[in-house]
Write a protein that binds this ligand. Structure first.
Ligand SMILES: Cc1ncc(COP(=O)(O)O)c(C=O)c1O
Length: 395
């Protein structure tokens, strides 16, 4: 980091010359995203899965909160070839930003309005039923196009996908739809991040049997099963393509596999100190007075709160980094602000930058620490940051 020139990219700086209508994105609270880390992670993952396996970058939920277009472009530079989104609009947004690679919509599109938009924007839908296949056929036929689709089969996630037993019949129906091209068949792992491989093994056995029956007749169809955890834990789960989300963003999906992967987080959450308060011992702090000072204290008011995505359940349970050192967050996290006990950090000033997630100097705070503290998962922590926080791209 220290030897590189860091450029911060955001519309604010592009507009600065023209007018001053925007507020400084670094004035209150913001997210910094490093595309070079995403690119490096994609390249590492591509090397891991090898030449013959396609890397799909899962960029749904605005690229897990990082900014979908930024992540997509970095992942494609690093060796990803396909993008995965959850919704039609996420796919359209990527097309409108000029991306023309294959994009698979992982969520279900159920009616002809959605499926015809999908076709118009050259996005591949995920099919789970014959009704969806028939709509695809009608929409494609009516405009004389071919509609590339993926079929999802359920091997044990019990969410989207057709029953495994119905899959051969559904493939037959799709094959009879002249304008529909089956470009992929996939399933999703429910417990790939669990220490016990049992459920993953059961699911992969079912998928493998299915692939054995079909793959020799289908050179042009991609079979895929693995998310990040599946990709990292067993190459037997790779098949023709892997769909990688969390690992692309630099985090291990498995607690038991944290350190030696070489993945680099690309995401930091930062905010400014806006006020310093000197208070005596015995003072209740913030809503509910859940924290009472046990000594004469210095408290920093920090301009970020749960309306930005810092979950209130983290109140009093997380440290933050200021000038490279840890200080404890104290009292209830409020909508727009939180408090930090900086009694032991005399260098903190109004305007000091507080790192809530990410690294500062040699120290680092990870989404896993937040999810452990609030009873959730790192995926939800990353997706939980609101658009009130500007995303600033660090180049
Ligand atoms: C169908 C599908 N594939 C792949 C992924 C990526 O998962 P992960 O972030 O664990 O890699 C997701 C994410 O939820 C998904 O829904």
């Amino acid at each position: 980091m220290e030897n590189r020139t860091i450029t911060k990219k955001h519309p604010y700086w592009e507009n600065l010359e023209k007018d001053m209508v925007m507020s400084d994105p670094l004035g209150r609270a913001w997210i910094e995203v490093e595309p070079s880390a995403i690119e490096a992670n994609a390249s590492l993952l591509k090397n891991l899965v090898g030449e013959k396996c396609v890397l799909m970058a899962v960029v749904k939920a605005d690229g897990y909160g990082h900014g979908a277009e930024t992540v997509a472009r970095a992942a494609l530079r690093g060796g990803a070839e396909v993008l995965g989104v959850a919704t039609l609009q996420e796919g359209i947004d990527l097309r409108q930003s000029g991306l023309n690679c294959s994009i698979l919509v992982l969520g279900n599109l159920t009616n002809r309005f959605e499926l015809s938009a999908c076709l118009k924007w050259d996005l591949m839908p995920t099919l789970s039923s014959k009704q969806e296949a028939f709509i695809c056929q009608q929409e494609a036929e009516s405009c004389g196009k071919k509609f590339s689709v993926h079929l999802k089969i359920d091997t044990g996630m019990t969410r989207l996908g057709c029953d495994l037993s119905a899959a051969p019949g559904l493939i037959h129906i799709i094959d009879n739809c002249e304008n529909v091209l089956l470009k992929g068949v996939y399933s999703h792992l429910a417990l790939a991040d669990a220490e016990s491989p049992y459920v993953t093994f059961q699911q992969s056995k079912k998928f493998e049997k299915f692939v054995q029956n079909f793959s020799s007749k289908r050179q042009d169809c991609f079979f895929h099963l693995a998310n990040s955890a599946g990709t990292l834990r067993d190459s037997a789960l790779h098949y023709d393509m892997v769909r990688v989300g969390l690992a692309l963003y630099g985090y291990s999906p498995m607690k038991f596999l944290q350190d030696d992967l070489g993945l680099r987080p690309a995401f930091s959450v930062k905010a400014r100190v806006t006020l310093l308060r000197k208070v005596p011992k015995g003072i209740g702090v913030s809503y509910g007075h859940s924290f009472v000072t046990s000594r004469s204290s210095c408290l920093a008011v920090v301009a970020i709160g749960y309306a930005d995505g810092v979950n209130r359940a983290l109140s009093g349970k997380i440290p933050v980094l200021i000038n490279g050192s840890f200080s404890p967050q104290v009292g209830a996290i409020t909508m727009d602000q939180l408090l930090v006990d900086v009694t032991d950090s005399p260098d903190v000033k109004v305007g000091s930058v507080v790192t809530l997630l990410g690294s500062d100097g040699n120290n680092c705070i990870s989404p896993q620490q937040w999810s452990d503290a609030s009873g959730t998962i790192p995926w939800e922590v990353l997706c939980g940051f609101k658009h009130r926080l500007p995303r600033v791209v660090i180049e």
